[in-house]
Design a protein around this ligand. Structure first.
Ligand code: BYC
Length: 313
């Protein structure tokens, strides 16, 4: 049990929008909740590289290849940055990776879908990064200092990613009828998984109440989902693309788009490990980690060598 006085002081700091820093006192549940969310966020960035790396060798031009390469590299940076933020809470990189590899830690459901055409590179940037930005701009205001600062840097790069994807979609949508159809097909397949990225509806969201009270999250899953939908529809319609949701329509009275029912059975099925690509994604991450063992050993040996030289000097 946390000391009630300390708990009250902590809540006062949160209410006053004072950031919590690694050495500050924090309730154990706050620490655990942050470790959970930040490490899962990091896993998403790292596993999220996989659908895109699939197209590096088949990009339609050197320009497209260079841009895609830079984007994927950014995602790796985001993951490493976020693992460091999690480490400031007293957990090791090894611990969080073990939880992922044992299937106990989650990563974003959206990365378990396959990227089967070049148009998917457009849809991922436009929709998946587009959804991620909405979520991450909100998280810039999170109460934990290292997470908040990581979000500021990450959001700058994500906005480039969203444009990279939209540029691919624009060029396909304005191309031949076959190319436009590729863009439409990618939109059809990536729309709902992107809408699901925001997590369960607020009433079903296990962590939201406490996370909002502690300002780990600044807005609810449904608020962010609605913002993403509202800002994205026009971007598709202007290209003559249609969204795979017959219930999508502008609601004059709410000032938002109404949207259809989300298939939560599909969502939970994917989250529980049974989506089209879960096994492949996780196995690939485990294999890459094992292949990298010698790199980690070499880095540690090198650091030891430098340290012993500094001590003798
Ligand atoms: N997928 O109580 P809730 C990127 C889980 S990568 C899987 O609402 P919370 C990119 C949730 O974890 C950036 N699981 O949770 C990279 C919880 O289970 P646990 C991706 C999900 O945390 C490469 C349970 O459901 N962005 O942009 O309050 C290429 C109940 O949910 C999902 C982030 O990671 C899901 N979609 O709110 C391209 C954002 N949704 O942990 C692009 C950071 C929910 O109790 N994370 N669950 O076992 C967050 O903002 C929050 O964690 C969420 C969920 C809004 C996702």
């Amino acid at each position: 049990m946390d000391d009630p006085k300390k708990l009250a002081e902590f809540q006062e700091k949160i209410d006053a929008d004072i950031k919590i820093e690694p050495r500050d006192w924090m309730p154990e549940k706050y620490r655990q909740n942050l470790i959970r969310q930040i490490s899962q966020h990091a896993h998403s960035e790292i596993i999220g590289m996989q659908p895109e790396k699939n197209w590096l060798t088949r990009a339609p031009s050197i320009r497209a290849k260079k841009i895609l390469m830079a984007k994927i590299q950014d995602e790796a940076g985001h993951g490493l940055y976020l693992y460091c933020a999690a480490e400031t809470l007293g957990v090791s990189r090894e611990q969080v990776l073990n939880l992922l590899h044992e299937g106990k830690a989650k990563y974003s459901s959206v990365f378990n879908y396959p990227a089967i055409t070049w148009a998917d590179m457009g849809a991922i940037g436009w929709l998946v990064d587009g959804a991620a930005i909405v979520n991450q701009v909100s998280l810039q205001g999170t109460s934990y200092g290292p997470y908040s600062r990581a979000m500021v840097k990450i959001c700058m790069e994500e906005s480039f990613h969203q444009r990279q994807g939209y540029e691919v979609v624009v060029s396909l949508a304005k191309g031949t009828p076959e190319q436009k159809q590729m863009a439409q097909d990618a939109l059809n397949r990536w729309w709902w998984p992107s809408v699901m990225m925001f997590g369960p509806h607020d009433a079903e969201s296990a962590h939201s109440n406490q996370s909002l009270k502690w300002k780990i999250k600044r807005e609810s899953n449904d608020e962010l989902r609605q913002r993403f939908i509202d800002k994205t529809i026009h971007q598709g319609e202007i290209l003559g693309l249609t969204f795979p949701d017959p219930d999508l329509k502008w609601n004059e009275s709410t000032g938002h788009y109404d949207y259809g029912k989300i298939d939560w059975d599909e969502f939970w099925n994917v989250v529980k490990g049974n989506g089209p690509g879960n096994k492949q994604r996780l196995n690939h991450n485990i294999a890459a980690h094992e292949d990298g063992q010698w790199v980690r050993e070499a880095a540690i040996a090198y650091a030891d060598k430098i340290n012993s030289k500094t001590k003798t000097a």
